[in-house]
Write a protein that binds this ligand. Structure first.
Ligand code: ADP
Length: 301
């Protein structure tokens, strides 16, 4: 196979591992900086150019699109799809999961466990919104945040109201969410490929920190997940229409609750903790599914 890898940083662990795994399995793989791809949006013959040359002859494309370049990155990926190149994850599925609110709405429609979540636009409605999600303590999340930035724990309703008010004042959209205290500053990352959880790890926030993000000083360790957690992760992935993703969930008193589905999950933590060749499994998925012209959009909107 000829595989295109959309990545902005060839030095990243995940990028290096995907290149290594593709070559080890006898494929040709080439990396493209998505922001340097430009598009010819012409009827019947969609094309992509890269630094003066036309990109042709690829069987599959692996999108590793960072949150800050979602708009342009998914447009380039869509162009690959229109050219009949099979995407490991589809552009529409990536867009769906990147919008935290849209993702939670879709997951709730399928009855997947979620922390009770509210969303409002006007400061007048804040008190009722807080009541709706069960009162303080609660978690407030900027819609645009990643790596735990913009995720705030408000201990009192007064604190919650003033944080929400200031976010609204800055025209920043924020979710208000039940605080799942019983998870004890830990969350579970399930790595899904196709219809299977192929690896899982637990991330524990550092002492006194409720956010378990590795970027915030959290540590990862091996964990055995329950059948319910396994099926929740697979259902969440299917709901998003993602073939490969990281499903982040909390262990709550009422079962697993999904916080986020990540369409470009990092490989370093999960491969190190589990000692598994996840990159190889991603390439193997392409071997099984990437036939030219097999691109199809699984869902609407
Ligand atoms: P980001 O996408 O920025 O990482 P998350 O929504 O994943 O934001 O939140 C970051 C971390 O904060 C999570 O990994 C989890 O440890 C903690 N967290 C988030 N939401 C809740 C919640 N409702 N209850 C308890 N802990 C939470």
């Amino acid at each position: 196979m000829r595989i295109a890898l959309l990545s902005r940083n060839p030095k990243l662990y995940s990028t290096k591992r995907l290149i290594e795994a593709a070559k080890a399995r006898g494929h040709e793989i080439r990396i493209f900086d998505v922001l340097r791809c430009y598009m010819n949006i012409t009827s019947h013959r969609p094309g992509i150019h890269y630094k003066g040359e036309e990109i042709t002859g690829f069987d599959a494309v692996i999108p590793r699109i960072g949150a800050s370049v979602t708009f342009y990155g998914t447009a380039v990926l869509r162009q690959f799809e229109m050219m009949g190149v099979y995407p490991l994850n589809e552009s529409v599925a990536i867009s769906r999961s990147r919008d935290k609110l849209r993702a939670l709405q879709l997951l709730s429609r399928k009855g997947i466990g979620l922390p009770v979540t509210g969303f409002a636009n006007k400061p007048d409605d804040i008190q009722d919104l807080i009541k709706m999600v069960g009162g303080a303590p609660l978690v407030i999340k900027l819609l645009e945040g990643t790596q735990g930035i913009g995720v705030v724990l408000a201990e009192t309703e007064k604190a919650a109201a003033s944080v929400i008010e200031s976010f609204l004042g800055l025209h920043a959209s924020a979710l208000v969410q039940e605080y799942v205290k019983e998870s004890g500053g830990a969350d579970i990352r399930c790595f899904v490929i196709g219809d299977r959880v192929v690896a899982a790890m637990k991330r524990q926030g550092k002492e006194g920190e409720f956010r378990s993000n590795i970027h915030r000083g959290g540590t990862a360790s091996l964990i055995r997940i329950t059948p319910e957690e396994r099926s929740t992760a697979v259902r969440a992935a299917n709901t998003m229409g993602l073939n490969v993703c990281g499903v982040d969930m909390l262990r709550s008193n009422h079962g697993p609750v999904v916080m986020e589905v990540n369409s470009s999950p990092g490989l370093e933590g999960i491969e190190t903790v589990t000692n598994k060749d996840i990159a190889g499994m991603m390439i193997e998925f392409l071997e099984r599914h990437a036939k030219s012209g097999r691109t199809k959009t699984k869902g609407k909107g």
